[in-house]
Write a protein that binds this ligand. Structure first.
Ligand SMILES: CC(C)(COP(=O)(O)OP(=O)(O)OC[C@H]1O[C@@H](n2cnc3c(N)ncnc32)[C@H](O)[C@@H]1OP(=O)(O)O)[C@@H](O)C(=O)NCCC(=O)NCCS
Length: 170
């Protein structure tokens, strides 16, 4: 089940956020950076995001447990040709490949439409191959790549775009 996040979801979102970063980015991001990720800090951060209400945050539940989330809103970096952005999407390792990601994207796209947006871009680490496979499966078209600094590491990230939200292939 997918629903809009409320303030009380912030701790669960933070838990999924940290757990998923550890399982996704071990070996890609510096160990010290991963060790510094704090659920307490992310809980505060997600509370702020949900309270501000400028981005759309949705959660996926398996039974009563939040096992994934996504957030999206207005494109943040001035990328030409795109006004909407999927900022983040994470599903717990144990819950992956069961369709939650696809449904989180569907709900996020609905959220972008509510904000009056008609297209979507996403950024993903170049070496996050499973993440890229997911976006390619949804019909995302490669846009470009650029360096990104995370902790002490400089990596490469790539973007995928959908010129029309109707182009997302579920
Ligand atoms: C990427 C992610 C959000 C996808 O969510 P998910 O619930 O696992 O994906 P779904 O089950 O909805 O998959 C939809 C389709 O995408 C493709 N796909 C998803 N994960 C894939 C993978 N690891 N490898 C190859 N294809 C994949 C498949 O075609 C899949 O359909 P199928 O299972 O019927 O073959 C999730 O795996 C995740 O959180 N990964 C770790 C974090 C991450 O990389 N997030 C993106 C950072 S930008």
């Amino acid at each position: 089940m997918i629903r809009t996040a409320t303030l009380s979801d912030a701790p669960a979102i933070a838990r999924v956020h940290v757990s998923s970063w550890l399982s996704t980015y071990r070996g890609l991001l510096p160990d010290g950076f991963l060790a510094s990720l704090s659920e307490t800090n992310y809980t505060e951060r997600w509370k702020r995001v949900i309270t501000e209400g400028t981005s759309k945050v949705v959660v996926a539940e398996d039974g009563a447990e939040v096992i994934g989330f996504a957030s999206g809103g207005r494109e943040r970096a001035g990328e030409s040709g795109y006004e909407g952005e999927l900022y983040a999407i994470y599903v717990l390792d144990a819950a992956q490949r069961r369709g939650f990601g696809r449904e989180l994207v569907r709900a996020s796209v609905d959220g972008l439409r509510e904000l009056g947006l008609t297209d979507m871009i996403i950024w993903v680490l170049r070496d996050n191959r499973p993440g890229r496979d997911f976006y390619e499966r949804l019909g995302g078209v490669y846009v470009r790549s650029q360096p990104i600094t995370i902790g002490s590491a400089t990596l490469e990230e790539v973007s995928y775009g959908w010129r029309r939200l109707d182009d997302v292939r579920y």
